[in-house]
Design a binder for this molecule. Structure first.
Ligand code: NI
Ligand code: MN
Length: 226
């Protein structure tokens, strides 16, 4: 059993008795005392600023290990982070449980400022299995048919799905994603944070529930048990 706390946008804190994992830690309100978060692992799905967020600072302040696609992990390593590089389709058994990288249809460049933009490899999603429960964080992605395969090969307890449209799936595609993934619970993310991704999570919930699926809209700061 583990808890997930919604930190806004696509950021979640996943914790059990032993381990504290933060995924795509982009915070709307600037945060300072990262050490207090006591993070053990930082998972980054891709190189965009609204996902890398404060990840490098957190990893350094907490002496946490960063788990990310190889190019992004290498970049973070050069910035002084402990890293564990992976690639799509690969899984690894960490002390806390297993992480497997899934495909995500998206970009991953990191804006270095000025005219520089760094290549960060492929974007990904994460399948995280802790004590027999599986969480799927889709990252930023459009709908893809291989979600059916992910759903067939994994019993997903909770799926974190982007619904904001424009850069990722919108509501209707995200409902189709639930159909493919068959999670026990779906949770919307990546909406209403900034322009172009306005979406009504209640519409997502209503449309999914009309098709027999369960959705929980998490408030920022809310924690649920999986
Ligand atoms: Ni992105
Ligand atoms: Mn994004």
């Amino acid at each position: 059993m583990f808890s997930i706390k919604y930190l806004g946008h696509s950021a979640f804190l996943v914790t059990n008795q032993n381990t504290r994992i933060i995924i795509d830690p982009f915070f709307l309100k600037p945060m300072k005392d990262f050490q207090k978060l006591a993070i053990d692992y930082v998972l980054l799905s891709h190189g965009h600023g609204d996902h890398v967020g404060s990840g490098i600072e957190i990893a350094k302040a907490c002496d946490a290990r960063m788990i990310a696609p190889l190019e992004l992990a290498t970049f973070c390593n050069k910035k002084g982070c402990k890293v564990h590089a992976m690639q799509i389709g690969g899984g690894y058994d960490f002390p806390f449980g297993r992480v497997k990288l899934t495909i995500a249809h998206h970009g991953s460049g990191y804006d270095l400022g000025g005219e520089s933009f760094a290549y960060m490899g492929n974007p990904c999603g994460f399948l995280i299995t802790i004590e027999g429960k599986t969480l799927y964080h889709a990252g930023d992605t459009g709908l893809f048919l291989d979600m059916k395969l992910i759903g067939e090969k994994n019993s997903i307890d909770a799926a974190l799905l982007p619904i904001g449209d424009n850069f990722t799936m919108g509501i209707d595609d995200a409902v189709d994603a639930i159909e493919f993934l068959k999670p026990k619970l779906a949770i919307p993310m990546h909406y209403n944070t900034f322009d172009f991704i306005e979406a009504n999570p209640q519409e997502f919930k209503d449309k999914a529930e009309a098709r027999g699926f369960k959705v929980t809209i998490m408030q920022i700061g809310e924690t649920i048990e999986i």
